[in-house]
Design a protein around this ligand. Structure first.
Ligand code: GN1
Ligand code: MG
Length: 364
């Protein structure tokens, strides 16, 4: 690996002696490394190198086109503090291909902490606020200027169609084992497709959305817990605000990790939900349409069912998309998301009532 990372560093014209790397185990799709160089004055300097998963991202150049425009748009608005920056090669490209067809990029390293979960409501409020601010800063960015890096990424009806078709094909004979999960998803299909259907009917507008609003995509200051930057811009593209809000809640408010093997413990914690929601709406309430505001709670349910179906589908077809740590990892993830979806479903009225209250407060 050292040889490869050194080669990538050279392509991006990194100065100094290559000292080594550390693999960063965050993210289910790309491979991430923190590399260290000795600068001419002897001090160490770190960078983040990533190999983009080209099975998930079929057109990585378009992804980099989006990410570069977005980071520069945000950087231009930032008066102080750190910002994410993609380094360029001699040919002024933000990526390189290696001989095996691997797609690589390199950014500055931002000293920070990330949380894969947090019980600390203040951290959760700041997470919601950071994703809300991201949305806000990009509100004047033309949606049409971005590629759909993964077409139909949050098209729930298409995701479900694929799931049921793959279960029918059942290439590995795994469908029998997941009959119950398939039945649950089939039973909530109509409701889970609501957001996409409303968009198709012209009732929910497209915005520039992040599409992967997990708490571990926010870098925090180690000492003050201030949110510094949002990372993982791979899926920034035109989308629905509910998907950003919903995915944020799905991940941050769950009492257990996304892949907890004790699915029965999955639950949307009301206090964590309120903290994230307050933060998010403090930045966005005045931007949103009535239809957007009115479907925010439902969006948590829709996105949770969607993700359950993606994990389940990947299990059925043989774990091609998500990185797995053990053979049933995707199944465990799917079960945990289904348990969470059931809990969210029951809490929808109280969640929407809280959202309405926040909107009323922040809009005036
Ligand atoms: C993937 O790799 P990561 O953790 O950034 C996935 C998201 C899922 C998430 C679930 C491009 O994100 O959509 O919500 O896993 N990203 C892509 O943990 O598919
Ligand atoms: Mg991601």
């Amino acid at each position: 690996m050292d040889k490869k990372l050194e080669e990538i560093g050279r392509a991006f014209r990194i100065k100094g002696d290559y000292l080594g790397y550390e693999k960063i185990k965050v993210g289910n799709v790309n491979q991430t490394y923190k590399v260290t160089y000795r600068q001419p004055d002897g001090s160490p300097k770190h960078y983040i190198v990533q190999r983009v998963n080209t099975y998930a991202f079929r057109r990585p150049e378009e992804l980099m086109h989006n990410a570069d425009l977005i980071t520069e748009h945000i950087r231009a608005k930032k008066q102080e503090g750190v910002a994410l920056h993609f380094h360029h090669t001699r040919e002024r490209k933000t990526y390189v291909y290696d001989e095996e067809g691997g797609f690589w990029r390199l950014t500055n390293y931002i000293p920070s902490v990330t949380y894969s979960e947090s019980k600390n409501v203040e951290v959760l409020r700041r997470t919601g606020e950071a994703f809300g601010a991201f949305q806000r800063k990009l509100a004047d960015f033309p949606v049409t200027g971005l590629y759909a890096t993964i077409p139909n990424f949050h098209n729930t009806p298409k995701r479900l169609e694929t799931l049921f078709a793959d279960a029918e094909r059942d290439p590995l004979g795994r469908a029998a084992e997941v009959r119950e999960e398939l039945a649950y998803i089939a039973s909530v299909r109509g409701e889970a497709e609501t957001l996409t259907r409303l968009h198709e009917a012209g009732k929910l507008p497209l915005r520039v959305t992040h599409n992967d609003t997990k708490i571990n995509n926010v870098l925090f200051n180690k000492d003050t817990d201030e949110a510094l930057v949002i990372v993982d811009l791979d899926t920034v593209m035109p989308g629905l605000v509910g998907h950003d809000f919903g995915d944020g809640v799905r991940f941050a408010a769950n009492r257990v990790a996304e892949d907890c093997p004790h699915a029965e413990e999955a639950e949307c914690d009301p206090e964590r939900f309120r903290a994230f929601t307050e933060g998010f709406l403090s930045q966005t309430a005045d931007l949103l349409t009535e239809a957007e505001r009115g479907t925010l709670a439902l969006s948590v349910f829709d996105i949770t069912v969607e993700l359950a179906s993606r994990f389940l589908d990947d299990y059925i077809v043989g774990d091609k998309y998500f990185n797995i740590d053990y053979p049933t990892h995707n199944l465990v993830r799917a079960r945990c998301q289904i348990a969470l979806a059931k809990d969210v479903h029951q809490k929808l009225p109280e969640m929407q009532a809280f959202i309405d209250g926040c909107c009323a407060m922040y809009r005036f």
